[in-house]
Write a protein that binds this ligand. Sequence first.
Ligand code: NAX
Length: 328
Amino acid sequence: MSQPVHVTVTGAAGQIGYALLFRIASGQMLGADTPVRLRLLEIPQAVKAAEGTAMELDDCAFPTLDGVDIFDDARAAFDGTNVALLVGARPRTAGMERGDLLSANGGIFKPQGEAINAGAADDVRVLVVGNPANTNALIAQQHAPDVPADRFTAMTRLDHNRAVSQLATRTGARVADIARVTIWGNHSATQYPDLSHATVGGRPALEVVADDAWVTGTFIPTVAKRGAAIIEARGASSAASAANAAIDHVRSWVHGTPAGDWTSAGVVSDGSYGVPEGLISSFPVTSEGGAWRIVQGLEVDGSSRARIDASVAELVEERDAVRVLGLV
Ligand code: NAX
C-alpha cells in the first residue's frame, strides 16, 4: 500500500460527518488500495462526540484506515492535508437575515481558507458542503491565494444525483442508463436542473419524456426543493445522501468521470456560459487527470438561459454581500 492520504473533515460530529467518515475510512472515496488518515475538525464543545465516532471507526478495523486525529484548531487540522471536506457550517436559525448568515459563515470559512493556505499539501483538493456552499467556497478560496483557485469546489452532486434519480423513475430507465444531466448555478432553490442535453439509454431525455409540463412543473421544482421535502419527511436534513454525494464528488475528481458522460460541480467560473469569472457556480463538468473541466460548446436555449441567469444573479448577490462584509 502507498502512503496514507490525509483527509480533513470539518463538522465531523454532525449528521453528515457520521454518514461520511465510515465510507471514507472503508475506501469508498479513494479506493481500496489507498490508505487514509482521517483528521477531524470540530468546535471544542463537539470534540467529545467526535472522539466517540473515532472509537467506532477503530471498532470497524478498516484495513484502509491508517488512523484518526481530532482537532479543534483549523491550522492543525489542515496541516499537510490532501483532501479537505468542509462540512461544518453555521445553520440559518429563526429570524436570521441573510447578511447575518453570510457573516457567521465567513467567520468559519475565512480562517479555514487561511489555514489551508498556510499548511495544506501542494495537491490539496477542497470540497465545501456546508451551506451556503458556493459562497462559503468562494470565501475560503479568496483567503488561500497560494492554492490554485480551481482546487476549491462546492457540492452540487446531491442535486445532480437527485435529478438523475427523478429522471430514471419517470422514464422507467435504470440510473445507469441516464447521462449528461446538468445542475447549473447555486446550490439553492434557484438552481437549474437541466435535461436539455441529458440522454436516457442514448436517446434525448426530452424526447423520451415528451412532456414539457412535467419538466417545468414537476421535475425542476422537485429537484430544487428536495432538501425541504426530506426535512419535512424525516424531521432532519439530508445526511446519508449528502455524504454519498460528497464521496461521489471526490471520487470523480480524483479518479475521473466516465467517457461520454459528465457530472455537476460548483467550480470557479472561467467565464464559460456567461457566468462571471471567479464565481463558484455549478456547471456540467468532466474530470481528467485529477482536474475538473467545464464541458464546452453546449447549446443554451432561451428558457435555459433565463434560468441559469436567475441562479447566477443570486450568486452575484451573495458575492456582493460578502464583499460588503469584507469577506472576499
Ligand atoms: P449538523 O448540524 O448535524 O453538523 C454540523 C457540525 O459542524 C456540528 O457538529 C458542528 O459542531 C460543526 N461545526 C460548526 N462550526 C464548525 C467549525 N467552525 N469547525 C468545525 N466544525 C464546525 O449539520 P449537517 O446535517 O451535518 O450538515 C452540515 C452542512 O451541510 C450544513 O451547512 C447543511 O446545510 C449542509 N448541506 C449541504 C448540502 C449540499 O448539497 N451542499 C446538502 C446537505 C446539507 O444540507
